[in-house]
Ligand binder design. Structure first.
Ligand code: GAP
Length: 516
């Protein structure tokens, strides 16, 4: 099945099984805003816990904060968001659709890259074992021609974006003969800048000075609290401040479900360091963060780094960790070496010293910063798109059946254990309830007694529950239950008294943290 169709199925599965709902659905929805349902919120909380614990529990020199969404408007001038948090937008005059001009160009580059991949695949089939990928890519005239086109477009785009040359961005679109995906025409407007921050008013008097912004990133709440945390926590450089919270951006192109939303959540950590050590720390955080992703066991080949072609003027290194979504490799996390830009700028705008006295170096300086910034919702989408599996299975009577199973990493699964009495009679329900009462303090458990056991298994598979236990007549005699594994569907008999230990060993966040 085409990846696009699988993605559509995933979106409807998320709704049907209480993971994600369109916001304000009964009023026809609000574009690019979503609500998390009863299972979605559990998965989201588990992702956040895995991140928070990996930062704050595992590192003595990282502490967390929770700053307000509303902040003094000068902060957004100092950070550069008022002046430069813009996307270049362009409209197609025929379809009346609005696009991010740089995204149109990136999509065009992607199409060219797909062309090369197809050529390589065709050749690999033709030549079999004798095929030399590198040689083919560096000598085949067709591949070289397309690669040259890619290089040229990329080079022009980086230059145009760096210099804010909107006319050149439009010219790239014209020269590359990019058409509107809806109307199929090349009837474009000029490219304009569009600021992504949402504005609102604070207080009862509505004038210019009362304009404030919904924060477009959580990072600034960390920067402006740098001295508060450093002093009150007697923190010594190098140290980090972590935060999880909502961020808001008036995205022009909101698409791919929860990949690009107007209200979303970020998990950000700013690591404060001595000037001159930033590239070393940048390399360390790159490695640490990639390990965090790979420890989920979703497949190492699903991730890659994408080093930025276009660096912000204050940054001296930046990379994205990309995940292979059904719609291709896309960014889930950014790691940026931001020099002393943010603290330096707040020092200038606020007039307050944002300096640190380094006792080892015996001098004052504005610390440098390496930041790691990941979207909770994108992380959620990566897990769900990797987990969603439709498979054929053999029933006990030899006939075939189908199931949809969410292979969510057990430590992140919304429900860890489902507890089923085989039948409602003979005291089995009471015994199952008793087990539930004991285990509910340790894990998110669900008790179910309706329908056949097979149907109950299917429902738990569909929400990704890694373990189900069945209480049957043997339970009453020997105090054992059957433990059924979601992924293999295998079952084993286990003593009730061992359940807590066995399951905790497989589903606690600790199992993930220990791999880091
Ligand atoms: N403080 C740096 C910063 O905000 P960013 O690359 O703009 O950097 C960081 O955002 C992460 O936040 C991204 O890697 C992505 O996971 C997430 N993110 C950004 N915009 C988003 C959006 N509109 N919807 C969902 N997630 C978003």
């Amino acid at each position: 099945m085409a990846a696009e169709d699988v993605f559509k199925k995933l979106i409807s599965h998320c709704k049907e099984y209480g993971f994600i709902f369109q916001s304000s659905e009964i009023y026809d929805g609000l574009s690019a805003v979503y609500d998390y349902g009863q299972y979605g919120v559990e998965l989201k909380n588990n992702i956040k816990k895995y991140w928070w614990d990996s930062m704050v529990l595992l590192n003595e020199n990282i502490v967390g904060i929770d700053s307000a969404i509303f902040m003094h408007p000068e902060i957004w001038k100092a950070s550069g968001h008022v002046g430069a948090f813009n996307d270049p937008l362009i409209d197609n005059k025929d379809s009346k659709k609005r696009y991010r001009a740089d995204v149109l160009i990136e999509d065009h580059i992607q199409k060219l890259e797909d062309k090369i991949t197809k050529e390589v695949e065709k050749a690999a089939k033709r030549f079999g074992d004798a095929f030399d990928n590198t040689q083919f890519r560096t000598t085949n005239p067709r591949v070289l021609e397309v690669q040259a086109q890619i290089n040229l477009v990329k080079e022009r785009m980086v230059k145009a974006l760096t210099t804010d040359d909107l006319n050149e961005i439009k010219q790239i679109i014209v020269d590359a003969e990019i058409v509107c995906p809806v109307s199929g025409t090349r009837n474009w407007t000029d490219v304009r800048q569009f600021n992504l921050m949402f504005e609102t008013k604070i207080g009862s008097v509505s004038d210019e000075s009362s304009t404030i912004y919904l924060r477009p990133e959580t990072a600034q709440g960390i920067f402006v609290n740098f001295l508060n945390v450093q002093k009150s926590g007697r923190m010594k450089i190098p140290f980090g401040i972590a935060q999880i919270g909502k961020a808001f951006r008036n995205e022009i192109v909101a698409r791919q479900f929860i990949f690009r939303m107007r209200e979303f959540e970020q998990m950000e950590m700013q690591f404060f360091i001595a000037p001159g050590t930033e590239l070393e720390w940048f390399a360390k955080w790159k490695e640490t963060r990639m390990k965090w992703h790979k420890s989920l066991g979703m497949g190492d080949n699903k991730y890659r780094f994408h080093d930025h072609d276009k660096l912000a003027f204050y940054a001296n290194a930046a990379t994205d960790i990309e995940f292979e979504f059904p719609f291709g490799f896309k960014e889930v996390e950014g790691i940026h070496s931001r020099t002393d830009h943010d603290l330096g700028s707040h020092q200038k705008f606020s007039g307050k010293k944002m300096q640190y006295f380094d006792t080892e170096l015996n001098k004052n300086y504005v610390p440098y910063v390496v930041e790691t910034s990941i979207g909770v919702d994108r992380m959620f989408l990566s897990i769900m798109s990797n987990a969603f599996t439709e498979e054929k299975i053999k029933k006990d009577d030899g006939t075939e059946d189908e199931r949809v199973v969410l292979r969510i990493p057990p430590a992140l699964a919304p429900v860890k254990l489902a507890i089923f009495p085989l039948i409602k009679k003979d005291g089995l329900s009471e015994k199952a309830r008793e087990i539930h009462e004991q285990l509910k303090f340790d894990f998110n458990c669900q008790y179910e007694e309706k329908d056949t056991i097979g149907r109950r298994y299917r429902r738990q598979d569909a929400i990704g529950t890694p373990f189900c236990i069945t209480i049957d007549h043997q339970t009453m005699d020997y105090n054992t239950v059957t433990l059924r594994y979601r992924d293999t569907m295998q079952q084993e008999r286990i003593e009730v008294d061992k359940l807590r230990e066995v399951i905790a060993g497989k589903v606690s966040i600790r199992t993930l943290l220990e791999r880091l």
